[in-house]
Design a protein. Structure first.
Length: 220
């Protein structure tokens, strides 16, 4: 789910878990609680912190009550039953958790890198046809990359934050992002540019990414 930037609904649909999705969600909530409660802060790496933030936000977007009760026990405060119910009914927008939302964006962009590395233009077209990037558009763009390079990296360095640039533009309600490719020469000129619609992301509970270009910066 994390590596493929899946939502909970996409995950349960892909593995045909609709009849047991409640069990799956409670398991993920328990995993989040275990991460938070049992691992000392000084042993949590940046990558692990990102994963924990993503996992907690994913569970909260599906059913916040699974975490609200636990967090209330960990941080007790006096509140009426009416206040507790009102709090349970309110789900924070997905963009409110900045760290978790950055992970969602990074995963969504890197999922496209993984598909591009495998030359799966049909799947890329399924992701981005609405923003004008169907399978043909992706295929034409990637042909230019393969003319220059023989490989497209998808290892830890390729996924790292150094190859993802984010420019926040709250005035226009979006983030502009650039995912650079890990080419074998280390040029990092080729990549994917996109915009992240913040309002749409809050509405759908996921990072809504709209690809704007795929290619080399030097070609512009």
């Amino acid at each position: 789910m994390f590596e493929r930037a899946m939502t909970f609904t996409e995950f349960t649909s892909h593995y045909e878990l609709a009849r047991t999705e409640g069990i799956v969600l409670r398991y993920l909530a328990s995993a989040y609680k275990a991460f938070e409660h049992t691992i000392p802060d000084d042993l949590k790496s940046e990558d692990l912190e990102d994963l924990i933030a993503w996992l907690g936000e994913m569970v909260r977007q599906v059913d916040s009550s699974l975490l609200d009760e636990w967090e209330q026990l960990a941080n007790p405060e006096i509140e009426t039953a009416e206040q507790a119910q009102e709090k349970a009914d309110q789900v924070k927008p997905v963009t409110a958790n900045g760290r978790a939302f950055r992970v969602l964006v990074r995963n969504a962009m890197f999922r496209r890198v993984e598909l591009a590395a495998l030359d799966k233009t049909y799947e890329l077209g399924e992701l981005d046809a609405e923003s004008g990037w169907d399978a043909d558009a992706w295929g034409e763009a990637m042909d230019g990359y393969w003319d220059e390079y023989e490989e497209l990296g998808t290892g830890p360095d390729a996924r790292g934050p150094k190859l993802l640039g984010i420019e926040e533009d709250p005035e226009h309600g979006l983030w502009r992002v650039r995912q650079s490719f890990a080419d074998p020469n280390g040029d990092h000129d080729w990549g994917i540019s996109a915009e992240v619609d913040l309002a749409a992301s809050d509405e759908e509970g996921r990072a809504v990414v709209r690809v704007t270009s795929v290619g080399a910066l030097s070609a512009r």
